[in-house]
Design a protein around this ligand. Sequence first.
Ligand code: ADP
Ligand code: MG
Length: 253
Amino acid sequence: MGKIIAIANQKGGVAKTTTAVNVCASLALMGQPVLLVDIDPQGNASSGLGIDKNQLERCVYDVLIDEVSPTDVIISTGIRNFDILPSTIQLAGAEVEMVSLIAREQILKRALSPLKEKYQYIIIDCPPSLGLLTVNALAAADSLLIPIQCEFYALEGVGQLMNTVQLVQRHLNPSLEIEGVLLTMFDARLNLSIQVVDEVKKVFGNKVFKNIVPRNVRLSEAPSHGIPVVIYDPKSRGSEAYQELAKEVMGID
Ligand code: ADP
Ligand code: MG
């Protein structure tokens, strides 16, 4: 049975999407069947994988609002073992429309549960908010991966995220676990980066992933080519960090 991992942090620009795309691609390259579920209306994961959103007839919106089967919406990324349930800007209206639906927090869980038989990993790329879409992801997930950027105010908002996690555990998904906290955009030349690592380790202890993702320009270039960095430049430091992280997620580090 597959595992559903939500990647969330309501702060924007902390590398949620970069992490979702590259962990999925790394797992797929290791032979694991993976599905990336893009629930950010911005659709950065979808476009970063070279999907032309204007050409899509359906997206995750149709699954959430119109009960279309995900199997009718899922497409291949062109990378073996790696499928995506894409998002388009249409999803921007979903949060408001979902409010009136029955069991609105469990819609994504119901849609994704049957897919655990087909995919070893289902990774959800969340939007930068703690709204109903993120709550749906947390309700559907077995575990949560929290990327934290090695920058000023790194831990700002993380308390609020953890409060939401506790509420979800209490009311919707008691078995939700913390997969791990991922430090991203680390710059070894900066004292600040080193301080953030120390601070995050103090708060999260052994929940912090051993692999830290360095700041690496190849990671920011890859999406404009529509491919993950682990294919765009497999030997780059960013690529190697995500390949090692994928092993850590699989428990083979
Ligand atoms: P989020 O999904 O949390 O908003 P993104 O994954 O879109 O964050 O990352 C924000 C920006 O930072 C993007 O332009 C991305 O390419 C870039 N980026 C992410 N991780 C790194 C990194 N380790 N080094 C350099 N740039 C990065
Ligand atoms: Mg994103």
